[in-house]
Design a protein around this ligand. Structure first.
Ligand SMILES: *[C@@H]1O[C@H](CO)[C@@H](O)[C@H](O)[C@H]1NC(C)=O
Ligand SMILES: *[C@@H]1O[C@H](CO)[C@@H](O)[C@H](O)[C@H]1NC(C)=O
Ligand SMILES: *[C@@H]1O[C@H](CO)[C@@H](O)[C@H](O)[C@H]1NC(C)=O
Ligand SMILES: *[C@@H]1O[C@H](CO)[C@@H](O)[C@H](O)[C@H]1NC(C)=O
Length: 438
């Protein structure tokens, strides 16, 4: 009896192992440990299985939309306060924290290398890393004491003059900043950082020692703005202030996009519009949005709603950190009204901050952002969000929040997904081409 059972149980064990192995493979998809190649970093959505910052329990569709909207509101307020400020102080490392990452990349810091996930943020210059011993930090920490190449920077270091409100903690250059209800204390340090296979020696960043309050940063920040101490300024020789990304759709958390640093391998066939520079807010990437088309109709928007004005900060920025595009009220209303007219007689409902939702299937018109020299027509995937059961569809844009200085239009990441967006700073131009990276 035992003799006949044995092969059977072996088979059962083999089958069990095979099934577990197959499941294991399945669960590991995407392979979070696939190394980055060349100067290309994989970009993960913050809800990706590779992200430690994803919610513990998967959120329902409504919950995740409302949560993203609430964070967007804070983000747009932050961007608006940035452009409204009258001073001429450049936004240096760590001036503001954005607690709202959508996309993260993997970097290696120190010797031996420690892997850290940093949030990608095109509207910020900050280079932040939560460091070990940090009081109030919540996630993976950089153990600076374990890195033989880490150095704290002294009060006399030239970089110390580029951070806001530097102070001397003994001989160490430190600085404190506040963001919303939070405050953060950091020391300025430097270490080698590896981006994909590129090595950047002596990269300067804020090593966070203490964070208080509810909007404290969970992760490091990879600011892709152009101000002093930004990654672009620090890697000028290597990357020549050129990078592009393709952001995967948040509907497909299992896919990664890419952040390509430097001029090598950038697309040749791509449409460009000039980048505009606001000298007071050098890190923001302004573009000249001249009109918006819904279907074939160019909607009626007062020119002042779109015009670039470096004095007031008005105009349009491309931002990787905001999720849903925000237009100043007259522009948004013109787009929304034509969109509704084109959809027809279906009853319009609301969901949180979205005011153009439908509970029946609709045929949506395309929306085209018309920039100087470049039209970008957005297909439905960049315009509509659908509940998973398919019962609700919303136009994924909104008017700028009422209570902020509403002069800024923000082209957000949902509208950029599955496009390659190329920031060519030396030639002062921004390129956009369709690319499926999902
Ligand atoms: C992502 O992968 C996980 C594990 O394989 C799977 O359970 C999940 O359904 C996938 N999600 C999507 C949106 O494809
Ligand atoms: C910065 O914060 C730290 C820790 O909270 C505190 O000890 C220090 O006095 C602060 N420095 C300044 C200049 O405010
Ligand atoms: C780190 O940078 C220093 C120069 O600052 C260099 O001597 C060292 O070899 C670098 N280490 C690694 C692992 O790249
Ligand atoms: C954008 O589209 C408009 C028509 O709506 C056209 O007149 C214009 O030439 C286009 N611009 C570019 C750069 O293709």
């Amino acid at each position: 009896m035992a003799v006949t059972l044995r092969p059977f149980s072996q088979l059962a064990i083999a089958l069990f192992l095979f099934v577990s192995f197959a499941q294991g493979l399945n669960q590991k998809y995407p392979r979070c440990d696939t190394p980055d190649q060349g100067s290309d970093l994989q970009v993960f959505h913050v809800f990706s299985p590779c992200s430690p910052f994803r919610p513990e329990k998967p959120l329902s569709w409504e919950e995740s939309v409302l949560q993203m909207q609430a964070k967007d509101q804070a983000r747009v307020q932050y961007l608006s306060s940035m452009v409204a400020r009258k001073s001429v102080v450049p936004i240096a490392s760590g001036r503001q924290i954005t607690q709202n990452p959508t996309y993260i990349v993997r970097t290696k810091i120190g010797t031996p290398a420690q892997t850290l996930l940093l949030a990608m943020d095109t509207s910020n210059d900050a280079a932040w890393v939560p460091c070990s011993g940090c009081v109030g930090c919540s996630s993976t920490l950089f153990a600076s004491e374990k890195s033989t190449s880490y150095k704290t920077l002294g009060c006399q270091a030239p970089q110390c003059k580029q951070v806001p409100n530097p102070s001397c903690n003994g001989p160490v250059c430190g600085f404190n900043i506040t963001y919303g209800s939070s405050s953060v204390a950091a020391n300025l340090g430097e270490d080698n950082i590896t981006l994909a296979t590129d090595s950047v020696p002596r990269y300067t960043f804020g090593c966070i020692q203490k964070a208080t309050g509810s909007s404290a940063p969970q992760q490091g920040l990879l600011g892709l703005g152009r101000g002093p101490l930004s990654l672009l300024s620090q890697t000028q020789n290597l990357y020549q202030s050129t990078f592009s990304y393709c952001l995967p759709s948040f509907k497909s958390p299992n896919f990664s996009g890419s952040l390509r640093l430097g001029p090598v391998g950038q697309p040749k066939r791509i449409k460009y519009t000039p980048l505009l520079k606001n000298p007071r807010r050098s890190s923001l990437y302004y573009v000249n949005l001249v009109a918006i088309r819904v279907g074939r109709k160019i909607v009626d928007i007062p020119p002042s709603a779109l015009a670039f004005n470096p004095t007031t900060g008005a105009g349009t920025v491309i931002d990787s950190g905001t999720v849903f595009t925000r237009l100043v009220t007259p522009a948004y209303e013109a787009v929304r009204n034509e969109f509704r007219r084109r959809v027809g007689s279906a009853v319009v409902t609301t969901l949180g901050g979205f005011d153009t939702c439908y509970s029946v299937p609709i045929v949506a018109p395309t929306i085209t952002f018309m920039f100087t020299g470049m039209n970008v027509s957005l297909p439905a995937d960049n315009l509509l969000i659908h509940s998973s059961v398919g019962s609700t569809t919303c136009l994924a844009m909104a008017a700028a929040p009422d209570n902020v200085n509403s002069v800024l239009n923000v082209i957000a990441n949902m509208q950029q997904q599955n496009h390659r967006v190329l920031f060519d700073v030396p030639n002062s131009r921004l390129g956009v081409a369709r690319e499926l990276c999902t």
